[in-house]
Design a protein around this ligand. Sequence first.
Ligand SMILES: [Cu+2]
Length: 131
Amino acid sequence: MNLRFLRTRWAHPLVLAVAVVVGACNSGSDDDASPPTPDAQVEIAARDISWSKTAITVEGKAIEITVKQEGELPHTFLFDQIGYQFLLEVTPPGDTDTEVIELGPGTYTFFCDVPGHRDAGMEGTLTVVAP
Ligand SMILES: [Cu+2]
């Protein structure tokens, strides 16, 4: 095993994805390492270049977010307030990505970070209401 191999391994997208999941779990209040059971679901489609919804309200805490690819371009879904600790990515054609995130009550701004997409309108708000 040499250092170059290690560097390559850590740069692998799958390793990064696992790190994101672990980070998301640690942000919860539970000491339990298993992912939280969702008490609400949000589904949103990523199109070229827009979201199917730009104002979402959901009641819950552990929110399962699913992004569906409905266009020809890759898209991402993340929150201004949370950053890259929670990141969904979809690639054409027809990809979906789902993760559970625990959010307190409030309004969160979501967007796609592919260059130019947010400016073109891929931005919206998710309002979370306590269950
Ligand atoms: Cu996009």
